[in-house]
Design a binder for this molecule. Sequence first.
Ligand SMILES: CC(C)(COP(=O)(O)OP(=O)(O)OC[C@H]1O[C@@H](n2cnc3c(N)ncnc32)[C@H](O)[C@@H]1OP(=O)(O)O)[C@@H](O)C(=O)NCCC(=O)NCCS
Length: 141
Amino acid sequence: MPVEIVRVQPGTVMEFVRSAEREALKTFYDFSVIWHEQTHDFAAMDGEQMVGVAQIHVAASLANVHRVIVLPQRRGAGIGRALLRSAADVANYYNCHKMTALVPHRSAAQKFFERCDYREEAILPQHTFKLDMAAMRKFLL
Ligand SMILES: CC(C)(COP(=O)(O)OP(=O)(O)OC[C@H]1O[C@@H](n2cnc3c(N)ncnc32)[C@H](O)[C@@H]1OP(=O)(O)O)[C@@H](O)C(=O)NCCC(=O)NCCS
């Protein structure tokens, strides 16, 4: 019987996802999975002033660095590295084996991650904004 594909409001599919996801993940990964995901935020504070932030997304034993931002006038003083270090501590606590980040290939951000002991793992050609992106990684365990 043919089905009609319709666009739905955000959240409408969640009840379906909740009931179908366990089996779908087992089929996808070929082992039983209990999916759990979290976001963790970090702030670099100079007294009352926030001078930098980082956000990681933790799921499936991976911690993806979603954001690292340091105020322009405070860059080059180790704040970004300190944010990544705190993020790695939390990722370790949640048993992540690996940190990841996606950055424009050969960019300043890639150099920053390399200086923070991340390695280039793959290049995704013509990815975000059609730019080549470098998948960076650091193993934790
Ligand atoms: C990338 C960013 C977070 C770095 O923050 P920061 O506080 O200046 O970084 P740190 O001072 O901790 O630098 C850590 C290391 O990276 C290097 N580094 C930082 N920025 C660099 C750059 N633009 N080019 C080359 N190396 C850089 C530093 O020299 C340092 O290495 P070293 O100590 O071995 O000499 C900051 O420049 C920023 O907010 N950029 C805009 C947003 C962005 O691109 N975020 C990253 C991807 S999400």
